[in-house]
Design a protein. Structure first.
Length: 289
């Protein structure tokens, strides 16, 4: 592994002017060269084909500015995804329990028999995952049910699981009445599969931000389907397919629906409008691989 000075030497050998070596050493020490290199790509000649030389007149500030703005945007996104996660958990367990499913969430017959491209039945791995999290949980309420030898109701069980597992429960659950009511309460007027894909995309967005991943110019692996209601509510938020902005429009819509006001989207859109060059890059994924 290269030391800090060797990293700076590599950057300079590729045509980048580094005026303050002390400041750059601190940046690399705190931020990781590999993490920063994702921001280099837009300023390099042809990184997809191995030409990592910087374009003429590129300054250190060119990639540090979007790096800084990403660090401001991620907490804003996480506030929204946290609200979505808590709301979806609560409404899902309530509606399923009201339909008589308080104790059937870990039964394989509660889920649709759907296989993936490899022929693996998804509900098998889901139920195994549910039981794993239940067995691992050391929550007081779970210990209480375990000690008493009583089944754990869904409203306690879902609190032991990561959002990804809850999202998979939504995508496979057979209680369509509960699912339809859940999505209606979120203002999502589409079919159940599309609705579950929207929630799954929020899980992915949350995970990206939780791991401090780059958002600027990112090509998203998982993006939400964007409904007509979402497009009409935020006409100024245009985007290219598989961009971060495609995920943001669904995020804003869901949070505003839950809050029953536009305070969240107003704050987010104000930030985006104040940083137009950065926002443009959120709307444009680059394909470097």
């Amino acid at each position: 592994m290269k030391n800090l000075d060797e990293m700076i030497e590599l950057m300079e050998s590729r045509g980048l002017t580094v005026p303050d070596h002390d400041a750059m050493r601190r940046i690399l020490f705190d931020s990781n060269y590999y993490r920063l290199s994702g921001y280099f790509r837009a300023f390099q000649n042809d990184p997809a084909h191995g030409d990592n030389d910087f374009k003429p007149n590129v300054n250190v500030s060119d990639f540090l500015e979007p790096y800084r703005l990403d660090s401001e945007l991620r907490p804003m996104i996480l506030r929204g995804t946290a609200l979505i996660e808590l709301t979806v958990r609560s409404r899902f367990e309530y509606l399923v329990a009201q339909n008589g499913g308080a104790y059937s969430y870990a039964d394989i017959d509660s889920y649709e028999s759907i296989t993936n491209r490899k022929g693996v039945e998804l509900r098998i791995s889901l139920v195994a995952n549910i039981r794993k999290w239940m067995d691992m949980s050391n929550e007081v309420c779970i210990r209480h049910y375990r000690k008493a030898g009583e089944p754990v109701p869904i409203w306690a069980a879902v609190e032991t699981m990561p959002f990804d597992t809850v999202s998979r429960m939504l995508s496979l659950h057979r209680d369509t009445a509960a699912l339809k009511e859940l999505y209606r309460s979120l203002g999502v007027r589409t079919n159940l599969r599309t609705a579950s894909e929207i929630i799954h995309a929020m899980v992915y967005l949350r995970n990206l931000c939780s791991h401090h991943s780059r958002l600027w110019h990112r090509e998203m692996v998982i993006v939400p389907p964007v409904t007509k209601d979402m497009r009409e509510r935020y006409p100024s938020l245009v985007y290219e397919g598989r961009s971060v902005a495609q995920a943001l429009i669904a995020l804003l819509y869901l949070v505003d629906e839950i809050n029953r006001d536009d305070s969240y989207s107003t704050r987010m859109l104000t930030f985006l409008k104040a940083n137009t060059d950065y926002t443009t890059r959120l709307m444009q994924p680059l394909h470097w691989e």
